[in-house]
Design a protein around this ligand. Structure first.
Ligand code: PAF
Length: 283
């Protein structure tokens, strides 16, 4: 595996691969790899000739009071993990490579960014994500890019961006990878002390309770949300949001007739955690 720092180096390798008629897969990440990242790398490795993983803690998607400075960083361990998974290129640029002096462009995707994380973190968040992902697509020009379903809204934003800008890349979403007790894997789980770590399973338990009610035939959105809300309240957790949205458009859903995204965000100890379940139409 090669660790590359510059756009020019990545372009040179990718161009050679493309000329040979080979497929390029991209896994965009901010590092601090866990099994969720590994599942994306494995999917990319299975289906592509060249696998590029980007490792860049993107400053523009963090708010002023968020955890940019404390976000876990361990390039050495990440590089070892990526190498073990057969990744070809780890693209780990510094901030000036991605945002050189005078950088003045921001991509805003309307319609799917105003709610959920866009409302609780602010509009800068998805503008930052959309801008850096567009840049990564321009640099690597992947055939396929892989994202985790835990960031369900991020996937909706990127799909809309790809469609609206006619970007020639297929977006693949991989299922949420969970710890044995159900906690969704996240780089931010390292912020949890033992008590908060034990409490953090409540997000998945709340979603499970709502999903069970849906499976039993309940279609009223309010009743489904209340089932999840009760589990959170029993644990003393007030969510930043707990909402039912259309899985594709992210518009509010009051009756669950089609696939719906049940999404939650909450502070647990020192961590802000998100999780979601898709309530399937056929259930
Ligand atoms: O999901 C992430 O890790 C980031 O939001 C991404 C897609 C790498 C953009 O910085």
């Amino acid at each position: 595996m090669r660790i590359l720092r510059t756009i020019a180096e990545v372009r040179a390798v990718v161009e050679n691969t493309r000329h040979a008629g080979h497929r390029v897969g991209l896994v965009p990440t901010m590092g601090a790899f866990h099994d969720g990242h590994v599942s994306l790398m494995r999917e990319a490795r299975k289906n592509n000739d060249l696998v590029v993983v980007s490792l860049f803690v993107n400053p523009t998607q963090f708010g002023a009071n968020e955890d940019l400075s404390s976000y876990p960083r361990d390039e050495h361990a990440d590089a070892a993990r990526a190498e073990q998974e057969g990744v070809d290129i780890l693209f780990a640029p510094d901030a000036a490579e991605i945002y050189p002096d005078g950088f003045a462009t921001s991509i805003h995707v309307s319609g799917v960014t105003e709610m959920l994380d866009g409302a609780s973190r602010g509009p800068h968040h998805f503008d930052g994500v959309a801008t850096v992902v567009t840049k990564l697509f321009g640099i690597v020009r992947p055939d396929v890019a892989y994202f985790g379903q835990k960031d369900a809204q991020q996937i909706a934003v990127i799909r809309r961006l790809v469609r609206d800008l006619d970007l020639d890349v297929r977006i693949e979403a991989s299922p949420i990878v969970r710890e044995a007790d159900g906690l969704a894997m996240s780089s931010r789980n390292v912020y949890l002390d033992p008590a908060a770590r034990a409490q953090a399973t409540v997000l998945n338990r709340a979603l499970d309770a709502a999903a069970a009610l849906h499976e039993s035939g309940e279609r009223d959105g309010d009743s489904i949300l209340k089932a999840a809300g009760r589990v959170l309240a029993d644990e003393g957790i007030t969510p930043e949001y707990l909402e039912l949205r259309d899985a594709l458009t992210l518009q509010t859903v009051t009756r669950v007739e089609d696939d719906a995204l049940l999404a939650v965000a909450a502070r647990v100890g020192a961590a802000r955690l998100i999780d979601n379940h898709i309530l399937k139409r056929s259930a």
